[in-house]
Design a protein around this ligand. Structure first.
Ligand code: ADP
Ligand code: MG
Length: 216
C-alpha cells in the first residue's frame, strides 16, 4: 500500500501546503526518496521526466528548514542546482509555494540576470538558493556568498549539468560547501552513466541508490 504524504511525519505546515496544492499521494520516486532524504542520508536517484522529482527533494529540504536548527545564521542552508534557467525558475516557483508556510527566504540565481542586483539580494541572506551552476560559481569566486554553513546540496538533472560542461563548477561549489555535516541529494535521468557515477563517488557519502521506472 502506498504511503500518503500525511504518513511521512512531516511538519504540519508542509502537510497543509500539500493539501492546498491538492497533492495527497506521493509519486513512486517521492515514496522512495522522501523517507531516505528525511533521515539526512545522501541519495542518488533516477526516474523519468514528469515523475515528481522536484517535490522528492523540496519536501525534505523544507522539513530541514522548519525542524532542524541552522548551522549558520549567515550562510544559505540549502542550494538546488539545475542545468538551465527555465528549470531553475520552475523549481523556484514550487519552492515559493512551500516557503509561504514559513518565514523562509528563497533566492533564484540564474545566468542572464543582472549580476549586481543579485549581489544585493544575496545580502539579505537567503536560506535557500535555486541556481544554475555557472552563475553560482561566479558569485562564489567573487565572495558574494559563503557556503561553509550549507546543510543540503541538491543536484537536479546532474547528467544534463555534466553534458552541458558544468563539471568544474559543480566541483567548485562542492568544495566551497564541504561542511562535514552536509547532505547531498543527486537526481539524474539515468544512473548508468560514467561521469555521473564519478561525481557520485567524489561528492556523496555512502549514498542510497534509487532507480524508479523502466529501463533500470
Ligand atoms: P520531474 O522533475 O520528475 O520531471 P516534476 O517534479 O517537474 O517532475 O513534476 C511533474 C508534475 O507533477 C508537476 O506539475 C508537479 O506539480 C506534479 N506533481 C508532483 N508530485 C505530485 C504528486 N504527488 N501528486 C500530483 N502531482 C504531482
Ligand atoms: Mg525535474
Amino acid at each position: 500500500m502506498a504511503l500518503q504524504f500525511s504518513e511521512f511525519g512531516m511538519d504540519r505546515r508542509l502537510e497543509k501546503a500539500l493539501d492546498h496544492l491538492g497533492y495527497t499521494t506521493p509519486t513512486e520516486i517521492q515514496q522512495e526518496a522522501i523517507p531516505i532524504a528525511m533521515t539526512g542520508r545522501d541519495l542518488i536517484a533516477s526516474s523519468k521526466t514528469g515523475s515528481g522529482k522536484t517535490l522528492a527533494y523540496l519536501l525534505p529540504l523544507m522539513q530541514r528548514l522548519l525542524r532542524v536548527k541552522a548551522l549558520s545564521r549567515r550562510d544559505a542552508r540549502a542550494v538546488v542546482l539545475t542545468p538551465t534557467r527555465e528549470l531553475a525558475k520552475q523549481v523556484y516557483a514550487q519552492l515559493r509555494l512551500l516557503l509561504s508556510v514559513s518565514q523562509g527566504r528563497g533566492l533564484l540565481l540564474c545566468g542572464g540576470e543582472n549580476f549586481n542586483d543579485q549581489i544585493k539580494l544575496l545580502r539579505r541572506q537567503p536560506q535557500v538558493i535555486v541556481a544554475t551552476p555557472g552563475r553560482l560559481a561566479d558569485h562564489l569566486l567573487q565572495r558574494n556568498l559563503y557556503l561553509e554553513g550549507l546543510e543540503l546540496l541538491v543536484f537536479d538533472e546532474a547528467d544534463r549539468m555534466l553534458d552541458m560542461g558544468f563539471a568544474a563548477q559543480l566541483r567548485m561549489i562542492d568544495t566551497a560547501a564541504n561542511h562535514r555535516k552536509r547532505q547531498t541529494l543527486m537526481f539524474s535521468a539515468t544512473l548508468d552513466n560514467l561521469p555521473v557515477n564519478e561525481l557520485v563517488n567524489e561528492l556523496l557519502r555512502e549514498p542510497e541508490r534509487i532507480a524508479v521506472g523502466e529501463g533500470f
